[in-house]
Design a protein around this ligand. Structure first.
Ligand code: CTP
Ligand code: MG
Length: 229
């Protein structure tokens, strides 16, 4: 089954507050994006990968990827203003014979290769899958004035991660319908669910966190450098 990797990396990293693009922030001397892609090497998914980028950063990404993966012609495709648009551009750029698409944020460099593999198997069986972890925190719903409105039963709550993995026709249809309805989501599995498709939840790991803030960056530096076990 032909499987292709899409990496949304077109965000600006406002909350991280780095100098350049967040995906190229160095961790242990190597760009975050290179760490992320390495997790897909055992599955053979690096060479045909498509990376969504902000067009103004093309030269920076080309230089970084040439250094990290010499001779592998990864494709850089312009993303959009919102993550959903970036993914849509990636879906439009897939090879014609791609049957399974793995969508994984550049901002999660510590994903376990076993989670990726499990998401691919679940997508092949059910059409759509997302990696997620049962919430360890009690999640509070609050109102605009920061008063508690509800405390949903934690035993049913999962924290969403990536990869989110799909049969190609499933995620294309979900994006088509979201666009037609003017619906903007923060992930792709939700677009499948909102049109009634099944989405399998695949257990991830706590280390597969999304690097968002300066604190996350400092922690990631320790993990990437092997000073954290
Ligand atoms: N992303 C993208 N296109 C966008 C926005 C986000 O491809 N228009 C990607 C980011 O590059 C990242 C992932 O989606 O890999 C998750 O987004 P997030 O963690 O929010 O990263 P940023 O949007 O870059 O950060 P911030 O929201 O702090 O600006
Ligand atoms: Mg963002």
């Amino acid at each position: 089954v032909k499987t292709q990797l899409l990496i949304p990396a077109a965000g600006l990293g406002v909350r991280l507050g780095a100098e350049g693009p967040k995906a190229l922030v160095p961790l242990a001397g190597k760009p975050m994006l290179a760490h992320t892609l390495e997790r897909f090497r055992p599955l053979g998914l690096i060479p045909a990968a498509i990376v969504l980028i902000a067009p103004e950063h093309r030269a920076l990404f080309e230089t970084a990827l040439d250094a990290a993966f010499p001779g592998m012609a990864l494709r850089l495709v312009p993303g959009g203003a919102e993550r959903q648009e970036s993914v849509a551009n990636g879906l439009a750029a897939l090879d014609a014979d791609t049957e399974i698409v793995v969508i994984h944020d550049a901002a999660r460099p510590f994903v376990a290769t076993a989670s990726i593999q499990a998401s691919i198997e679940a997508a092949a069986e059910f059409g759509a899958a997302t990696v997620a972890i049962p919430s360890v925190d009690t999640i509070l719903e609050g109102d605009a004035d920061a008063f508690l409105t509800a405390t949903p039963d934690r035993t049913r709550l999962w924290a969403c991660q990536t990869p989110q993995t799909f049969r190609t026709e499933v995620i294309r249809e979900a994006h088509r319908r979201a666009r037609a309805d003017g619906f903007l989501g923060t992930d792709d599995a939700s677009l499948v669910r909102r049109i009634g498709g099944p989405v399998k939840l695949v257990h991830g790991t706590r280390l597969n966190m999304k690097l968002t803030t300066p604190d996350d960056r400092r922690l990631a530096e320790l993990i990437a450098g092997g000073q954290f076990v």
